[in-house]
Design a protein around this ligand. Sequence first.
Ligand SMILES: Cc1cc2nc3c(=O)[nH]c(=O)nc-3n(C[C@H](O)[C@H](O)[C@H](O)COP(=O)(O)OP(=O)(O)OC[C@H]3O[C@@H](n4cnc5c(N)ncnc54)[C@H](O)[C@@H]3O)c2cc1C
Length: 315
Amino acid sequence: MTTTVTTVPPMILDEVEAVRVERLSPSFVRVELGGACLAEFGVDGPLYDQRIKLVFPYADGPLPSLAGADESWLRVWLERPVEERGHMRTYTIRDVVGSAADTRLVVDFVVHGEDGSAGPGSSWAERARPGDRLVLLAPRRGHAFGGIEFDPGTAARLLLVGDETAVPAICSILAQLPWRARGAAFLEVPTTTDVPSVVHPEGVEVVWLPRDGAPLGSLVHDAVLEHLGVPGLVVEEPDVVDPDLWETPTYSSSGEEVESAVTVVGHDLDDLYAWIAGESGMVIALRRALVSDLGVDRRQVAFMGYWRRGVAMRS
Ligand SMILES: Cc1cc2nc3c(=O)[nH]c(=O)nc-3n(C[C@H](O)[C@H](O)[C@H](O)COP(=O)(O)OP(=O)(O)OC[C@H]3O[C@@H](n4cnc5c(N)ncnc54)[C@H](O)[C@@H]3O)c2cc1C
């Protein structure tokens, strides 16, 4: 007799479908992604900034085949020509609605590129209709998947900073914080009409910064430095910016030792936890201010480049 052993992959890797599409504002399209596979979706605790991967079809062609997909799928997928594999991009779960086989992941897509530079993610969202399909990589309940960076530990004060690509993550974090949480969130968005209403603890001040034509990152810089009590500090973006900038208490994309980078300080930022995400140049300039100039402990910050001006994400 032959016995067949089937192993369940530790993540959900399956096709999902746009069930609902809503244009929230000039820069945001909300899509609810559904599929029977989502009955298995779940994480152990709050979702906070849980990220997922989405694969968009190449030039409106078919999605890559998932036949026989297992944990090695990503490596195999990367070896295929782009015409077959499509484009993978990273997004945040803004919310989860429904339950069991009717579970839907809510994703807020930033639509960009009026100058013709829109990538496959933005273009797909701009044209999305119910029934359109994508490949999803997401956490499977009961398995470690990773992808949540927000981890304030016992910090008494939060500082959340982001541009439009981090709005879904910050809104999700705000909605799931304990009601006693304290701190401030600074969110830069392209226009005044992009400002959504958001659920947040009373003790966390939420400051919306619509650019309305101002340079990307400029409003958030000034507002954050003023909040930290150093309004005159000059923060410049370095000449060379790592598009994949990622520095958290447990990982540094530059290879910097977290322990050796720790500075012991005695000022009133000691109780702060800072989570900063968005365009890499904006994030790295704020990193300079917080870590290099103000000496905030590297273990109390997460700096994440979500995208880089002029650079398409690798897929
Ligand atoms: C952990 C994580 C979570 C994220 N969550 C979200 C999310 O919930 N919603 C969301 O919309 N994005 C999110 N992003 C950012 C998103 O992955 C990038 O913006 C990605 O580049 C979009 O892919 P694309 O195909 O549209 O553009 P790409 O093909 O990557 O880039 C094409 C061109 O568009 C430019 N570009 C890319 N993004 C933007 C932008 N936002 N504004 C202006 N120009 C841009 C690039 O510089 C490039 O010139 C997240 C990223 C990470 C790492």
